[in-house]
Every structure is written in structure tokens, then in C-alpha cells.
Design a protein around this ligand. Structure first.
Ligand code: CA
Length: 323
């Protein structure tokens, strides 16, 4: 499963501030190692003042650092990377009153690891897979409305307008421990993957995503998806990362018997402090979920430096702020 298998895929990632916000708290990044494996990461920060930008940047950096240390077990590494990011953000937030309670979502996709892909996530940034003409969301939103829909207590079509749509049940950095969802699934030639923050999926419907993903190369898909989110309102920062695996019908080595959706989620009882309202940047106590959003004013964007890792490692850190 971990045999060398050069990645035959094209990838592209971009983040945009959107049409309303003054700062971009999203980040995206791509990391590669000398075994041809590539990691795509999207993170969507939250927290008053500079917190959101700091939290998403710390998540990206920490996940990239743990990836760069080397690994044989991709799902294990991804779980450890997101937990490492959680610990780092929590500890930095605890040490600085201005950053207290900052948090971020994160979704990470690992390609080039033999015949499978691995995905880890916390929060409501999503991963989609396009296989043939079928688009499928392969992550579950760790949000209040997402859980209500899964429990059949809320209709999916009502979730988007629900007053609690911004309440996350899991995020990185808010609590000392976090429950990371990790999956591994077989890769097939021609598979297309898309990671995004809620600024994309909140503005662009599944049919539109599907249409763009089906016809475009990775760079065009990223550009067109972001453009469409902005045309549809651009009410939030919007971040998209796309990977398109080469379609090679002569190569049968990509077929495996790994079961689909092998979820490796630990069972951790979440403290209430893990629940945040991303719009009000608050950690609600019981019964406070109905807080309404406050001002959206944010500090100027963080425009971070590129990361540099060791020999054989190429890191592309993509951070777009106000454009
Ligand atoms: Ca967002």
C-alpha cells in the first residue's frame, strides 16, 4: 500500500478575501516530499482580533512540519498533524489574551501514497470527490446543523438558512483535545478532489461545483470556483484547493481492495469549550447558541512568509489576502 507510486496528478490552490470581509482568515497550502507524496491543506480561522489569521496560519505550519518529519502510515500522520496543530494553537492562544479562544477548521488531503488517498478534517471545511460525473462530499461537517441533518432532525435544504448554521462542534485550538476525523479510500485514475472553506460551499451549489470540476483543469477549476463564489456574493473568505489525478486506463495498479470510507475516528467526549460560534467569535455556554453575529471588522490581513523545509522537500505556501 505504501509502495513508491509517483503522483500523477495536478494540483492548484488559492484563497481570496471575498467581497465583504476586509481580511482573509483562510489559508491554503501544498506540501510535497521526496517520495512524491503531496499534501493539500485548507484552514479557515476564527477568533476576534488577530486570532483567526493566527490560528489558521499555525494550523498550516504545524501540519506541514509534521508531514515533513516523514511517515509510513498516512492516516496516522494526518491525525497526529491535526492534533499537533490543535495543541499548538491552544497553547499559543492560552499565552496571549488577544488570541484567547482562537480556533480554525482544517481539512487535509494526502495524495501519492500508493493506491489510496487519506483525508483528515476538523470543522466545516470540506473535501469533495468527483468520480466520473458524480460529485460527492466525503467529509461530514462538524457543525450543529450538520449533526442535526445527519440525525434526521433537520432537512438539508433548511440547514443553509438556519440561525445556528455557523456553530461548529469541533475546531482546532479551542480545547486542549480534539477528535480528528480521518479516512482512507482507494484512488482511481481520473479522480478529482476539491477542498474548500465554507466561503465556497456557502455561495456555490453542488451542481455548479460539479459542472466546473468536470470540465476544467486544476488551475482553471480553482479560479472559476472562486470567481463564482465572488459573483454569488462573496460574503466570506473563499479558499479552494483542487487535485486532478491523471486518467490512465492502462494502469490497473491503482485499483485496490481497501474498503471505501474506512473511518478512523476516535471516540472522545468533547468539552463544551470545543464548541464555537464562528460568526460571533465566541465560545457559547449552554443555552447561548442563538447569539447573533456582531461586527465583521477584522484587522488587516496576515500575509505570511513561505515556509522552508529540509532537503528534498518542496513547500508551496499559498496565502492570498486582500486582492
Ligand atoms: Ca469561513
Amino acid at each position: 500500500m505504501n509502495k513508491a507510486n509517483p503522483l500523477r496528478a495536478s494540483t492548484a490552490s488559492q484563497s481570496h478575501v471575498g467581497q465583504v470581509r476586509t481580511a482573509n482568515q483562510d489559508v491554503c497550502g501544498e506540501f510535497s516530499d521526496n517520495r512524491g507524496r503531496r499534501l493539500l491543506v485548507v484552514a479557515d480561522g476564527m477568533g476576534g482580533h488577530a486570532g483567526g489569521e493566527t490560528a489558521s496560519r499555525l494550523a498550516l505550519e504545524t501540519i506541514g512540519e509534521i508531514f515533513a518529519e516523514g511517515f509510513d502510515d498516512a492516516p496516522e500522520m494526518l491525525g497526529r498533524a491535526l492534533k499537533g496543530a490543535n495543541a499548538k494553537i491552544h497553547s499559543v492562544g492560552n499565552a496571549d489574551p488577544d488570541l484567547h479562544n482562537m480556533g480554525t477548521t482544517a481539512v487535509a488531503l494526502l495524495l501519492g501514497d500508493g493506491d489510496s488517498i487519506s483525508v483528515a478534517h476538523v470543522g466545516d471545511s470540506r473535501a469533495y470527490r468527483m468520480r466520473g460525473n458524480r460529485l460527492e462530499q466525503i467529509t461530514d461537517d462538524h457543525s450543529w446543523v450538520g449533526e442535526e441533518v445527519r440525525q434526521n432532525r433537520l432537512a438539508a435544504e433548511d440547514a443553509e438558512s438556519h440561525p445556528m448554521k455557523n456553530v461548529l462542534l469541533r475546531s482546532l485550538g479551542v480545547a486542549p483535545e480534539v477528535d480528528v476525523a480521518v479516512m482512507q479510500q482507494p484512488l482511481r485514475p481520473g479522480d478529482r478532489f476539491m477542498l474548500c472553506s465554507d466561503g465556497l460551499w456557502g455561495e456555490v451549489g453542488a451542481a455548479e461545483i460539479s459542472e466546473i470540476m468536470e470540465r476544467s483543469d486544476a488551475q482553471t477549476a480553482v479560479r472559476d470556483l472562486i470567481d463564482l463564489a465572488n459573483r454569488n456574493g462573496g460574503s466570506d473568505n473563499v479558499t479552494v484547493s483542487v487535485a486532478i489525478v491523471e486518467d490512465d486506463p492502462t494502469d490497473s495498479t491503482l485499483e485496490t481492495d481497501i474498503p471505501e470510507y474506512e473511518m478512523q475516528t476516535e471516540s472522545v467526549t468533547l468539552p463544551l469549550a470545543a464548541i464555537v460560534d464562528r460568526e460571533t467569535d465566541t465560545v457559547p455556554t449552554s443555552g447561548e447558541f442563538s447569539q447573533q453575529r456582531t461586527g465583521k471588522g477584522k484587522r488587516p490581513s496576515w500575509t505570511g512568509p513561505a515556509l522552508a523545509f529540509g532537503a528534498g522537500l518542496v513547500v508551496v505556501l499559498l496565502l492570498w489576502a486582500s486582492l
